[in-house]
Design a protein around this ligand. Sequence first.
Ligand SMILES: NC(=O)c1ccc[n+]([C@@H]2O[C@H](COP(=O)([O-])OP(=O)(O)OC[C@H]3O[C@@H](n4cnc5c(N)ncnc54)[C@H](O)[C@@H]3O)[C@@H](O)[C@H]2O)c1
Length: 586
Amino acid sequence: MTLLKGARERQVHTGGVELCVAELGDAARPTLVLVHGYPDSKEVWSEVAARLADRFHVVLYDVRGHGRSTAPKPLRGGFTLEKLTDDFLAVIDAVSPGRPVHVVGHDWGSVQSWEFATVKRTEGRIASFTSMSGPSLDHFGHWIDRRLKRPTPRRVGQLLGQGAKSWYVYLLHTPVLPELAWRGPLGKLWPGILRRAEKLPADGYPTPSLPTDAARGAWLYRDNVRARLRRPRTDAHAHAPVQLITPLGDAFLSEKLYDDLEQWVPQLTRRTLPAKHWIPRSRPDQLASWITDFVTSVEDGRSQAVQPTGKYTDRFGGQLVLVTGAGSGIGRATACAFAGAGARVVAVDRDAEAAARTAELSRRLGAPEAWAETADVSDEQAMEKLADKVAAEYGVVDVLVNNAGIGLGGSFFDTTPEDWKKVLDVNLWGVIHGCRLFGKQMAERGQGGHIVNTASAAAYQPSRALPAYSTSKAAVLMLSECLRAELAGRGIGVSAICPGFVNTNITSTARFAGVDADEEKRRQKRAARLYGLRNYPPEKVADAILRAVVRNEAVVPVTAEARGTRLLSRFAPRALRAIARLEPPL
Ligand SMILES: NC(=O)c1ccc[n+]([C@@H]2O[C@H](COP(=O)([O-])OP(=O)(O)OC[C@H]3O[C@@H](n4cnc5c(N)ncnc54)[C@H](O)[C@@H]3O)[C@@H](O)[C@H]2O)c1
């Protein structure tokens, strides 16, 4: 059985075993070799391989003793890293004899690929290495050594943390027990356990030959782990650029393991993502996109130094981020901050010129691609058209920032039904349309994502001066909380951002109900002056937005006054009510 549609298969003989090798895509293109982990077979890569086969020559093989490759006899001593390196060389001799290959490894596939990328005999045969969830045993050995020799409380904590995550490694070193467990109940239960833990669909984890693979594969651990950790190589430096992809929710590996990696890898690109261990199954789009970018940059000879240098490049590099109200203020600053982190940006605004300017700025700041789109967020049909276009032309959005909003001041009785409608249409319905349309695409893709809604401190701070605006923002805050609960099970985070007074154009465009045009102008000017005196820059709100996504924060008050009133609203609401009665300063 193969889950690799359209794959060409062949057998490669090496060191007494026959390896089952599958190839996809045009062999004249750059070759990618995907190496699977434990207890998987090459089929674990099926989703990623399908996404890469249009652009690359994709090669997968069952590691010896796994899938449809034969096992060494005897098993003991048949799985050493030296023998696994022989296998790798035999595979690349067969599939790409004259040209170095790009290696991609997951779990034990990554552990062994670290060996390939750091031993002398493969020098010149590897163009790049993408590593996920599998450290070099040599680097790991030195990591432990350093912490044992110079133990600080932090280092001891790191050792204990990783020690606790490695429980299964100790079990796999016991004789017979793992074999009995895998051939018995564990073999049957494993696919279900993994699907539930990783939130995969019913057919999300292909295991064509599971119990046998898992039982034999225990020798990967027994043949290598103790020996290497005891005597790690000192010359384990990578001879090719490395891209390290670290899922932050990995139950088996601590991200701290990679703290010292720069010393071993001269050209290192770091990527992180909020996911668990089996990312080839749970995040194939993101992996395919990062692998494509990395391999293409190495093939083109593009230096890693020209990559964007903003904050959080490891997390947002190459991701698709859509920001509404991106033509000014907080929206523009947010689009630019994501651009600085290497994201692809869609800047949406009802003001076409302003959106175009933000897209232009984003490109200059490091966005590999940036587009301007004109849409009024309160217009359902326009938003539907936008969502269709974005999905068809740019892809499913990874981060959505529903930020567009308008200001409206004036007492409740001065606020007309038209005024109410306008402010609710933009501030609330704009957010609803964004969440419904783009959030649905995210949920249907099933590979996580994040939604940020710009509410305001006015969401929890009552005021006689801003009844309609505050109501719209309180609704956005509650909508965000409800949606966060609904989407939590799908790996999609939702954050509500609540800024206080931020120095943007909102003061000069805000409407004031119940006054004539001259008085409105006067109030706008006065508000602009006050906000100017406070002088809180929108860039700081943008920074808080990126941090909120990285940390998956629920409600984020930004500015001291927003944090202060948030505390009062929870612990001294009567004080806040008293403040709400005060005459407005405008
Ligand atoms: N500035 C503040 O003090 C402050 C405080 C709390 C919350 N906020 C909120 O932050 C968000 C951004 O505000 P800002 O201060 O950057 O304002 P801004 O006026 O500088 O920018 C708002 C942008 O949104 C666009 N926009 C307005 N209505 C739109 C619509 N219907 N469709 C598409 N685009 C539209 C505008 O063209 C503008 O480019 C708003 O939701 C606002 O309510 C601002």
